[in-house]
Write a protein that binds this ligand. Structure first.
Ligand code: UT7
Length: 329
């Protein structure tokens, strides 16, 4: 009988554009105040890519850092998964652009569109390939250049988001370590709450789609807010129960960074002290699929995750989608 193997995150990396755009910068161009943004969202600044930067330009350096941190060469990678809602283009997949650039000549490559849950979807898919021994090493990247799909005159959305990339190399680890459990969910009936309506086969690009601003992200903020607060708590408790663990066992919860009020309220409902909850939204805003892997890379760099730490990643967002991964470091 084959020995059971687990999937672990064996290296991480991140890459953020240099340009910092503060709330005060935005005050100059849109009818929004630093005070409102800071108090309603926790965001103080975000990174914004320059006009010529596409998703792969952020994903590639993040991937290279993750490979270095894992001590893995690009040609050892069997699969590249890029989670993004702002790919370089519809096709080829941004994962293929990354594959070519880093020289991962033995890798398959595809993109996943699960919005802010994208990275959790990506590592859950990767886990199946590794556990089944179809692949040994997999690169999962969460990357967004959301600045390219924002209406910079709409204060309800443009102040919330930022650009960035985070990457992880997954590979086999000792039994009892690594991903203990993952659960992915969706509810397409809430699709219209967060969407980019134009540019696809339903409403192809046209003068009509541009004039009606259908190529920009649309969000029903307060509906997503209610969903998000409930889902962090529910998904966390369900996953803990599945693993026969309790809230007290959590060493670090890394939730998607959409709003500090969502995170604070979920932590309160869970009775989880805030020092066990990663929060970096003040620096980067909401980077959708990139938020969790960037946070993970930071938490590792700051040694908030140690050998044997129990880490939960909780994603939620467009689709609607949500998902949780429980990792024993
Ligand atoms: O990434 C995953 C998905 N995204 C999320 O999880 C985001 C979830 N939603 C949220 O974080 C919050 O709902 C928002 C931050 C988007 C909005 O906060 P809110 O407390 O739900 O505010 P609201 O939408 O109820 O708006 C309150 C007021 C409105 O004015 P009126 O109608 O009360 O006069 C808005 O027009 O705040 C106004 N407002 C602003 N004012 C100044 C909205 N955006 C701004 C702004 N500056 N940037």
């Amino acid at each position: 009988m084959q020995e059971h193997i687990s999937t672990g995150i064996i290296g991480t990396g991140s890459f953020l554009p240099d340009r910092v755009v503060t709330n005060f910068h935005l005050e100059e161009t849109v009818d929004a105040s630093d005070d409102w943004i800071r108090h309603r969202t926790g965001i103080v600044q975000r990174r914004i890519a320059d006009i010529n930067t596409a998703a792969s330009d952020l994903a590639i350096p993040a991937a290279e850092k993750a490979l270095r941190s894992a001590g893995i060469k690009a040609d050892q990678i069997d699969l590249i998964i890029v989670a993004t809602i702002t790919p370089d283009m519809f096709f080829p997949a941004t994962a293929c652009v990354v594959q070519n650039s880093i020289g991962a000549k033995n890798a398959a490559a595809f993109d996943i569109s699960a919005a802010c849950t994208g990275f959790v979807y990506g590592i859950t898919v990767a886990d199946q390939f590794i556990k089944s021994r179809a692949c040994k090493y997999i690169l999962v990247i969460g990357v967004e250049v959301l600045s390219k799909i924002l209406d910079w005159s709409d204060r309800n959305t443009c102040v919330l988001f930022g650009d960035g990339a985070g990457a992880a190399v997954l590979g086999p680890v000792r039994k009892q370590k690594g991903i203990l459990h993952s659960k992915l969910r969706s509810d397409g009936s809430g699709g219209e709450l967060l969407m980019l309506p134009g540019g696809g086969s339903r409403i192809p690009p046209s003068n009509y789609s541009i004039e009606n601003k259908l190529h920009y992200l649309k969000m029903s903020g307060s509906d997503i807010f209610k969903f998000a607060t409930k889902i962090i708590e529910e998904a966390t408790l369900e996953a803990l129960e599945h693993c026969d663990l309790k809230v007290d066992n959590i060493d670090l919860l890394i939730p998607h960074q959409a709003n500090s009020r969502i995170i604070n309220s979920a932590a309160k409902r869970l009775k989880l002290p805030l020092e066990k909850v990663w929060m970096n939204i003040s620096k980067y805003g909401n980077m959708s699929a990139a938020s969790i892997p960037v946070a993970l890379d930071e938490a590792l760099a700051e040694r908030k995750i140690k050998d044997d730490s129990l880490v939960l990643l909780v994603g939620f967002g467009g689709g609607l989608t949500w998902g949780v991964t429980v990792i024993q470091w």
